[in-house]
Design a protein around this ligand. Structure first.
Ligand SMILES: [Fe+2]
Length: 183
């Protein structure tokens, strides 16, 4: 497998869906920490890593989010560890594009997270997967979330760094560090 978008992880832990993540019929994104993340937090600490941030993203029923990079300036790599609570036909899709006009504005959300968006009709899908199990996710290349179910899909995404760093793990670092846990 050579794609640099996604891998499933079999960490020896389980993350339950926080009660706060309920039914919601609009897009939502917020940052915070719920105790259901404690098992992941502890596991990362034991491995000399740490959680930089945790975001919660809601994709409503029968919808998809705009194609975007999670960063405003780096389209190559930046890794999150994600888990979603959604139906089997929901997940993440990654895209490529040739026409520079595909790149749109960088905008800032209410949580001060900057994004770069892309024009869907100028992009071509190259990979898709569900993330209903713990996953290593490259959030820099253009991607969107989709949800073809009659219930909403929540994703917990965690930015992870080395113990004494404040920058996200790169794809290559994460593949090496988690080699024993990649399915
Ligand atoms: Fe994203």
């Amino acid at each position: 497998m050579s794609q640099r978008f996604h891998r499933f992880l079999n960490f020896p832990l389980q993350i339950k869906k926080p009660n706060e993540l309920g039914n919601k019929d609009e897009i939502d994104l917020f940052r915070g920490y719920f105790q259901e993340l404690d098992p992941l937090d502890k596991f990362l600490k034991v491995n000399n890593l740490k959680i930089l941030y945790v975001d919660y993203l809601n994709t409503p029923a029968f919808s998809s989010l705009p194609i975007h990079s999670d960063f405003d300036n780096n389209l190559e790599e930046g890794v999150n560890i994600n888990i979603s609570f959604g139906g089997p036909n929901s997940g993440i899709r990654w895209y490529t594009y040739n026409d520079p006009k595909a790149e749109k504005i960088v905008y800032t959300t209410k949580t001060n997270i900057k994004y770069r968006q892309f024009e869907k009709k100028l992009c071509k899908e190259v990979y898709r997967t569900h993330t209903n199990n713990l996953s290593l996710v490259n959030v820099a290349p253009p991607h969107d979330t989709y949800n073809y179910h009659n219930f909403n899909r929540w994703t917990i995404r965690t930015g992870v760094a080395k113990k004494h760093s404040n920058t996200l793990l790169t794809w290559n670092e994460a593949i090496k560090i988690f080699s024993n846990y990649i399915l």
